[in-house]
Each structure stands twice: as C-alpha cells, then as structure tokens.
Design a protein around this ligand. Structure first.
Ligand SMILES: Nc1ncnc2c1ncn2[C@@H]1O[C@H](COP(=O)(O)OP(=O)(O)OP(=O)(O)O)[C@@H](O)[C@H]1O
Length: 340
C-alpha cells in the first residue's frame, strides 16, 4: 500500500517547485533539524542545531537560514514551511514538553514572512514516512508484515514518541498520540525494583521516564541501588558507550533493561493497534545501539505476552535506519496542505 495522495517518490525525476524551495524542520527536545526541499523528494542543505544553543525556535530558524549552506543556495524568501515538533499541537500556542521553547504559530509565520507554516507533532510526521522507508529499515527478529493492517511507531530520544499509521482506502491516516505517557508497566522483579526507585522521584512513572535519554540514566542509578553498587555520574551516551565497549557491566545491564522495557512497550502498541503491518522503532537512541539492540532481549520481550505469544511472533519489528526520516513525512504533510 502506498501513500499516493501526498508522498514524494524518490525514484521520480521531479521538477523544482515553482514557488521556490520549502523549509522542512524536525524539532526534538535536544536537536533541531532543518532542510530545504527544492522538488518533491529532493531534500538537502540539512543542518542539525542543538536546541540548548538558542533562546527561541525563531533564533534557531534564523541561524539556519543565515548559515553559509543556505545562503549559498541563493534562496530569496521562503514561502512555505512545515515543522514537526515533539509535543501535542492543540492550538496556536505551542509549548514543548521536553524543552523550554514556546511560540505562537501565527506570530512565527508572520515573523519569518512565510505564506504557509504547518506545525505537526513529530511522531505524526514520522509515521507518514513509514511506507516510504524502502531499505532504510532493519528487521529485528521474525514475523512478516500483513498488507492492509496498521503500522505502529515508537521512538526513544529526549522523550518517547508514539504514533500509528492506519490504512484508509488507498492512503493512510497518522495518529496524533501521546502514548509515551502511558503508565510504565514492569514485567520482571528487577523492573519492579526500578519502578520503586523511580517512584522516589516521580509520582507518576510513565514509560517515557524510563525509555528516553534521561530514562537510561535513571535505570542505571536504579540498578546500582538495587545491586548495592555505587553509581557514577554518567550521562546516557556514556552509559551506552561503556556498555557497547564492554567496559562496564552495570552500564550493559542498564542498556539491556532499556531494550527489554522497549520490547514491552512495542508489544503493547502492537496488540493495542492490531499493528500486524509491523512496529517501527525510531528516535535517536536505538539506532546508536547498533547490533547491541539486535542481540538484546527486545524481541523476546516484544513477543512475551502470555496467550498472545503466537500473535506477536507474526508481527515484524523494524529499526528505522534512515538519517532524517521525519523530513519525508513533513514534506508529505506540507504538500497535502498546499494541495499539490
Ligand atoms: N549513544 C547514545 N546512547 C544513549 N542515549 C543517547 C545516545 N546519544 C544521545 N542519547 C540521548 O538521546 C537523547 C536525544 O535523542 P534524539 O537525538 O532523538 O533527540 P531529539 O530528536 O531532540 O529527541 P526527541 O525527539 O525525543 O525530543 C538525549 O537524551 C541523549 O542523552
């Protein structure tokens, strides 16, 4: 099944947009990614800016538009833009969940001189990209996608994004979900201990509290406490670096626990959506774990659902390996908005 209505097709030889390049952006809690799309599917001049370096989104946007690679493109006034951003979009005022940026969509559009500024949830946009990943995905474990059934999406980064793609005639409908905020459900005695440790800090422990960069650090501290070891001051990238290098057994246990918990959440999403088309894993963390993720307990935990083992063993799970997959979805949503 394809998204005939809107998606750019990489194999086509498209002519440039008559009203000039379009600005695409994918704004996470840590990184803001920008690009220019000059024709359907032709996305380039990509830049990744750390959110923390800019007081506002408008500042980051101006920095991108003033960067040498964009200036060299000789773009004279962008008319159309679309942003995917990591929070719910419920009206004109956008407040990020995992970063302090907030803005009015109407004011930002006027400030930047755009005719069109489309703002969508980042995982809704990423979901729209799923049918177009081609070989930019890697299957973990068994199962075969059933045509005409929903796809699920879950991704750990600064936060935990969730969405789904539901077949609708010859197109798809992407869900606007806040599924990362479901209540964490432990599936082993060790995970019960991790939950009890997390309760000291949070009244409500959502899946995102553990399945995120901060979550890896919390799991590490919880396991240290549970096993009577001293925790060091390590951030998530360092915990996974030490785990992958075989330098730290506790770090490795933390990464293994993270992968197992993600398996539970992915399996929950599969049974909730009936996602027999597969569950896709996005976000910044899992692709950085490489082979460690493939040989973790993720897949066995995905299938471990009592009477539903057989059902889940048929559902494939894929890690998204495309570098900037959300741009595909943002582009499709902007094209749809512009009606061409
Ligand atoms: N190698 C790594 N191992 C584990 N965690 C990592 C690694 N590198 C970065 N992180 C964590 O990933 C998070 C950033 O994720 P990502 O690159 O997806 O950013 P983002 O798109 O801004 O996030 P989000 O969309 O969830 O708001 C940070 O919490 C960071 O600590």
């Amino acid at each position: 099944m394809t998204d005939h209505a809107t998606a750019p097709h990489p194999a086509a030889s498209p002519s440039p947009y008559v009203d000039g390049p379009r600005l695409l952006a994918d704004i996470g809690g840590t990184n803001a990614r920008f690009a220019l799309e000059t024709a359907p599917g032709q996305v380039g001049r990509i830049d990744v800016l750390p959110c923390a370096n800019y007081p506002t989104l408008a500042d980051a946007l101006r920095a991108y538009l003033g960067s040498p690679k964009v200036v060299a493109a000789g773009v004279d006034g962008l008319r159309h833009a679309a942003l995917a951003i990591a929070n719910p979009i419920t009206g004109d005022l956008v407040r990020m969940t995992n970063h302090h940026w907030e803005f009015s969509i109407a004011a930002l559009r006027l400030e930047c001189g755009f005719d069109t500024l489309e703002v969508v949830n980042d995982f809704t946009a990423l979901a729209r990209a799923l049918p177009h990943l081609a070989d930019k995905k890697q299957q973990v474990g068994g199962g075969v996608a059933r045509a005409g059934t929903p796809l699920g999406l879950v991704g750990a980064g600064t936060g935990l994004g969730v969405s789904g793609l539901i077949p609708a005639g010859d197109s798809w409908t992407a869900l606007l979900s806040e599924g990362g905020h479901v209540t964490f459900s432990p599936a082993s005695e060790t995970e019960v201990a991790i939950l009890q440790f997390a309760w000291r800090q949070y009244e409500h422990v959502s899946a995102e509290r553990l399945l995120s960069g901060d979550g890896i650090e919390l799991i590490y501290r919880a396991l240290a406490h549970h096993t009577g070891q001293e925790a060091q001051e390590l951030d998530a990238p360092e915990i996974s670096r030490r785990a992958l290098a075989g330098e730290c057994a506790l770090c490795d246990q933390a990464i293994e626990a993270f992968c197992g918990m993600l398996g539970t959440v992915a399996g929950n999403l599969a049974v909730t959506l009936g996602a027999q088309g597969g569950i896709y894993i996005g976000g910044g963390i899992v692709p950085r774990l490489g082979e460690r993720f493939a040989r973790s307990c993720f897949r066995s935990r995905f299938e471990q659902k009592g009477r539903f083992v057989q059902y889940l063993s048929q559902v494939p799970t894929f890690v998204i390996t495309a570098d900037y997959p959300a741009f595909l979805g943002v582009s499709a949503i902007l094209s749809e908005k512009l009606g061409r």
